[in-house]
Design a protein around this ligand. Structure first.
Ligand code: RP5
Length: 166
């Protein structure tokens, strides 16, 4: 059974959603990835959201763009955490997606990450799961340490080469 459901409204969302999948893969977290449109196939969407809990999901990562109702409607039905990823859009720069996802009514929360924030969505799902998984928690601590190491290495290179040759 998959612990995380990754769902997106269209395959055009894949470049962002794959970043969440990459993080979960790196951390050894099982997930199931689906393309399901709340607007274009409402019956399939409701079936997906209603059966998510029995399929073993503990977290859903939902990404959508424009009038982005997919994450909020997942949260309306699925009783555990839903993380929303607003997609960048050409007409409104992703503000349409962001506002659609972040402005949830009281009682139905969606944890919204940045526009195109696929990697952080994966990490947030991992952090939620790590609250009851010490082994995963250690992997997340190691991941954070690796981020620090990469910044230290960049600064060392800057000091060595100077900014003009960086
Ligand atoms: C949303 O509409 C999808 O999440 C996507 O971000 C956006 C555009 O979809 P396509 O027209 O590219 O299929 O439902």
């Amino acid at each position: 059974m998959a612990l995380v459901g990754i769902v997106m409204g269209s395959d055009s969302d894949m470049p962002v959603m794959s970043k969440a999948a990459d993080i979960l893969t790196e951390l050894g977290i099982s997930f199931e990835m689906r393309i399901i449109s709340a607007h274009r196939e409402p019956d399939e969407f409701f079936e997906y959201a209603k059966t998510a809990e029995e399929r073993g999901y503990k977290v859903i990562i939902a990404g959508a763009g424009m009038a982005a109702h997919l994450p909020g409607m997942c949260a309306a039905i699925f009783p555990m955490p839903v993380i929303g990823i607003p997609m960048h859009t050409t007409s409104l720069g992703g503000r349409d997606s962001l506002y659609s996802i972040v402005q949830m009514p009281s009682g139905i929360p969606v944890a919204t990450v940045a526009i195109n924030g696929g990697a952080n969505a994966g990490l947030l799902a991992a952090r939620i799961l790590a609250t009851s998984d010490p082994e995963l928690l250690q992997k997340l601590k190691d991941y954070s340490a690796s981020l620090k190491d990469s910044v230290v290495a960049k600064d060392a290179r800057l000091q060595e080469t100077g900014y003009k040759n960086y």
